[in-house]
Structure formats: structure tokens, C-alpha cells
Design a protein around this ligand. Structure first.
Ligand code: FES
Length: 332
């Protein structure tokens, strides 16, 4: 047994348990969701004892400086002292500025943050409403330093997305935490060939990554693919085509993944799985870099496909849309 303290209470961790495992086993409340160090929902603050190795892996400099760590990634050490993090320590205020329906199931949401945030398209934010219900959404565009555009899919029976679509009013107060994720454009990628794939509403973040690359003077070729189940879901088709016309280095392809007719959308629309098409069109080379955004099942499948095709793991950037309940008790 290893004894550590959380909010002044002693806990005895069994061999192999993380701090989170022990607290959950005790029945005491603690926020968590992924248990993989990805969602950052289980952050706690280190206040005494030795800081366990690896507990801050993947955290931003700001979070590390404030001595936060992920309880799910923290192997307890004897005498470790931790305390709960208050939501106001991590979240900033925000207001809903506008809502526009893009398709029957996709909405553009614009939120204004109370402070400037250094975030980029392809990263994601945790958004919390008045009752604590929290979801993660990808950033499609940063319109100004504190005005963020998100493309949100309405989930079947989705509590949060249903509320955003039907009930939330303009001016609604929200809390925002982030940004998270590494699926973003960096200046180091300037010479690389970029292959950017958006599945469903993931085209918002995918296009945002492309626009960010162009704005930062990207030199290499860029290939943008939108995977949609049908033609009606190609809600950014005209915009992507116009962007392609304006930038010689950019090639855009719309991929219909369902069996419905394509009709005559345009010459850049094909019936194909975008990741399969991309893997067949771009033989693996060291400077090929791939970005995958959108529905988790499609992104995970695409990630496996491009990995098996030989892409270097370090050159595969993923932004899966996870729809998890990030409250004290996860939806399980
Ligand atoms: S990072 Fe710990 S539960 Fe997700």
C-alpha cells in the first residue's frame, strides 16, 4: 500500500493503481473521462511530497507551472499531497455569439471568450454549460484571439448538442477550458506535403488547418479531402473549391462515402473513402504529413489505414471528436 493525501484525506493505493483509480475505488467524487491522459478532465494540483515522474506528461507549460497533473497518469508515491482543482481555476468565461445551421445535423457556433487564448484550428476546447455538463469540441477557426468558430454535429439523443441546437440562446454564458491537442499546423511543416482529411463536420477543423497553413505561408503542396455520407453534407464544397482556385498548391477532393448518387456536384467529387483514396494517391515519403479530423470511428479507421500504408506515426495528427460526459461521473 502507498498512502497519499487528496484534499487532506488519506488514501491507500493498491499496487498498480493510479491516484484516480484509488479515489474512484474509495467512492469519493472526482472528475474523469478518458483515463488515458488525453481529456485532462482529471486534473488535480500537487501541493506536497515528491512529484511523481510522468504525471505531468502532455500538459501545457501553463498547467505544469501551476503544478497540475492528471490523476489518471499519476502513480502514487508515499506522502504525496494533492488537492482538487476548482473549475474557475481552469475554465474561462465565454458567451455564445451566434449559431448558424450548416446542414440538418451540423451547426456553426461562434463563441467569444472573456480573455485572449493562444489556440489554433484543429485543437479542441472543453465547453461547460450552467449545470456542469461538459463536452469537447474542435476549433474550426480563430476569428480573433478570443472569438472562436466551432462546427458541431447534433448527436442522436445528445444532451449537450441537442441543447445547443434547440435551447441555448444567443448571449448564453458558457465556461471554456483549453486549448488541447496537437492536430494543428506548425511553421516547422512549411516544406511538407500536407494531406488533410475531414470526416463529416471534421471538415470545419480540417479546412481551418489548411487556411492556417496558407496564412503562415506554407510552401509545400496541400491536399484537402472531405468525407461525407452524401452530397447534402458537403456544406463547405463551394468554399473549398474557391480556395483551391485561389491557391495553386491546394487540391481539394470531396469524397462521398455512402452509396447514394453523386449527381453532378462538380468534377472534384468522387465516391470513395477519403483515407483510402489519399493513401493510394500519396505514396509514403518522409515529408508527407497527414491530419485526420472528425467522427472517432472514421478517424481511428483512417489512422490505422495510413499507419499500415507506412506513414510515420510522428507525421499522423489526429483530432477525433469524442462525445464524452466530462462530469464527476463519466457516462461509462
Ligand atoms: S486525462 Fe485523466 S481521465 Fe482523461
Amino acid at each position: 500500500m502507498t498512502t497519499f493525501f487528496f484534499d487532506g484525506q488519506a488514501y491507500d493505493a493498491k499496487k498498480g493503481e493510479s491516484v484516480l483509480d484509488t479515489i474512484v475505488r474509495s467512492g469519493n467524487p472526482i472528475n474523469y473521462s478518458c483515463k488515458k491522459g488525453a481529456c485532462k478532465t482529471c486534473l488535480v494540483q500537487h501541493v506536497g511530497g515528491q512529484l511523481p515522474v510522468g504525471a505531468q506528461r502532455g500538459l501545457s507549460v501553463r498547467l505544469k507551472t501551476h503544478k497540475y497533473l492528471c490523476a489518471c497518469q499519476c502513480a502514487p508515491v508515499e506522502g504525496l499531497k494533492l488537492k482538487a482543482v476548482m473549475a474557475q481555476d481552469l475554465f474561462m468565461g465565454a458567451r455564445l455569439l451566434s449559431r448558424v445551421l450548416l446542414t440538418n445535423n451540423t451547426m456553426k457556433l461562434v463563441v467569444k471568450l472573456s480573455e485572449m487564448m493562444d489556440c489554433k484550428p484543429g485543437q479542441y476546447l472543453h465547453i461547460r454549460r450552467f449545470d456542469g455538463l461538459t463536452r469537447s469540441y474542435a476549433i474550426a477557426r480563430v476569428l480573433e484571439g478570443n472569438i472562436i468558430e466551432l462546427h458541431i454535429n447534433r448527436k442522436y439523443n445528445g444532451q449537450f448538442s441537442g441543447w445547443l441546437f434547440n435551447t441555448a440562446s444567443i448571449g448564453e454564458k458558457l465556461l471554456v477550458q483549453g486549448p488541447f491537442g496537437q492536430c494543428r499546423y506548425l511553421n516547422d511543416y512549411q516544406q511538407d506535403k500536407l494531406i488533410v482529411i475531414g470526416h463529416g463536420a471534421g471538415i470545419g477543423a480540417a479546412l481551418g488547418i489548411v487556411e492556417q497553413a496558407l496564412a503562415q505561408g506554407h510552401v509545400g503542396e496541400i491536399y484537402l479531402y472531405h468525407g461525407a455520407r452524401n452530397v447534402a453534407e458537403l456544406y463547405l464544397n463551394k468554399h473549398c473549391l474557391a480556395l483551391m482556385m485561389a491557391h495553386q498548391q491546394l487540391t481539394y477532393t470531396a469524397c462521398i462515402t455512402g452509396s447514394g448518387a453523386i449527381g453532378s456536384v462538380d468534377a472534384r467529387c468522387v465516391q470513395a473513402q477519403p483515407s483510402e483514396l489519399a493513401a493510394s494517391q500519396h505514396p509514403v515519403k518522409p515529408n508527407n504529413r497527414i491530419f485526420l479530423c472528425g467522427e472517432p470511428a472514421a478517424v481511428v479507421k483512417a489512422q490505422q489505414q495510413v499507419f499500415l500504408a507506412g506513414f510515420n506515426v510522428a507525421n499522423i495528427h489526429v483530432l477525433p471528436f469524442e462525445y464524452k460526459d466530462l462530469r464527476v461521473v463519466s457516462r461509462g
